[in-house]
Design a protein around this ligand. Structure first.
Ligand code: RUB
Length: 331
């Protein structure tokens, strides 16, 4: 196996095994991997390098299927690469142009989170009791910013079974001096009447404003709806799924059973199958607002954001770098 493929396979494995996780981080990591490939790969000309990048994109897209920021990041750089090819660039110009496109995506993604922190922190009030689920970098940045602005609030964090990403959130917020309570996922409704606002991240936003996020999010949204607690989502526009405009559904990743039940123990339990979906869908009617870098929008405005972002792409272009069958299922 060539060094190029080894490096890519490692990047794919890092995402698949969740050594790199969270929608925004996954997208930047994949684009960074393509950037490195564009710089290092041996090729005779720009066209050959484009083919290598195209192959690599498909591998990266198969690493985790739900976070739409991944195909959107890949689409962003590959669309620019395709446009560049039209003017017959030299190999060196193509390499440079591709690296610039990758840097642009990464910079935009980081800037978007900064903006979201700015807008989102305005929604946090002194004395708020908040709740969050899983570990979202956008949510953490909002809370850090509100804390830096001198607001005092407490955050209930669900532990987020099966992989306990809630502990990461607790560590990150605690490190900033923010007081937290870690609760089991099933305790979300028990505490909901004490909560002023729920705030979660997103892996994908569909054209109707539905939000895909860590499994359990929709139950928390339901409990928030029942208790008339505000439910806010922090999502960069790169999380908006253009495929949903052309009728495709967002693929919900289902992970291995051993994350829920160790296989030794599983063998001792007759007739028991494990199901382990990693994400679920929260319908727009349970969402008060989506905090994006373009502003705080009602979920119904998702279509307009998508029109702005992807309106220049043809349906074929939209479909060209979409989520593909995950590796373990296609083997
Ligand atoms: C992470 C998760 C996060 C979103 C948003 O799931 O559901 O809420 O990805 O994160 P996993 P961010 O741990 O399975 O990747 O705001 O950092 O993009």
């Amino acid at each position: 196996m060539s060094r190029r493929l080894e490096f890519l396979d490692e990047a794919v494995e890092d995402i698949r095994l969740m050594r790199v996780r969270g929608a925004a981080a996954i997208a930047r990591y994949a684009v960074e991997a393509l950037r490195r490939l564009a710089g290092d790969a041996e090729a005779y000309n720009a066209e050959e390098l484009f083919k290598l990048l195209d192959e690599a994109s498909k591998k990266l897209l198969a690493s985790r299927p739900t976070a739409v920021s991944l195909p959107n990041g890949v689409r962003f750089v590959m669309h620019k690469a395709k446009k560049m090819l039209e003017s017959n660039p030299s190999l060196e110009d193509f390499r440079r142009g591709f690296k610039e496109a990758a840097d642009e995506f990464i910079e935009r993604s980081l800037k978007a989170v900064e903006r979201i922190a700015e807008y989102g922190s305005r929604r946090i009030e002194d004395g708020d009791i908040l709740m969050t689920h899983c570990n979202s970098s956008a949510v953490v940045e909002i809370l850090k910013k509100a804390h830096m602005e001198g607001k005092s609030f407490k955050v209930f964090i669900t532990e987020t079974r099966p992989l306990y990403q809630g502990r990461i959130t607790a560590r990150q917020l605690g490190g900033e001096g923010i007081e937290t309570y870690l609760i089991v996922d099933g305790a979300a409704r028990y505490f909901m009447n004490d909560i002023d606002k729920v705030i979660v991240g997103a892996d994908a936003v569909a054209v109707n404003g539905a939000v895909v996020n860590k499994i359990g999010t929709s139950m928390i949204a339901l409990a928030a709806h029942e208790a008339r607690t505000q439910f806010l989502v922090a999502a960069e526009t790169f999380k908006f799924s253009p495929e949903t405009i052309i009728g495709e559904l967002i693929w919900i990743e289902e992970r291995g059973s051993e994350e829920v039940l160790p296989s030794e123990e599983h063998k001792r339990i007759p007739l028991c199958r494990v199901r382990n979906p990693a994400f679920d869908v929260t319908p727009p009617e349970y969402i008060d607002a989506i905090i994006t870098e373009e502003g705080v929008i009602p979920p119904e405005a998702a279509f307009h954001i998508m029109e702005q972002m992807f309106g220049n792409l043809t349906p074929d272009e939209l479909a060209s770098y979409k989520t593909v069958k995950p590796l373990e299922e296609s083997e």
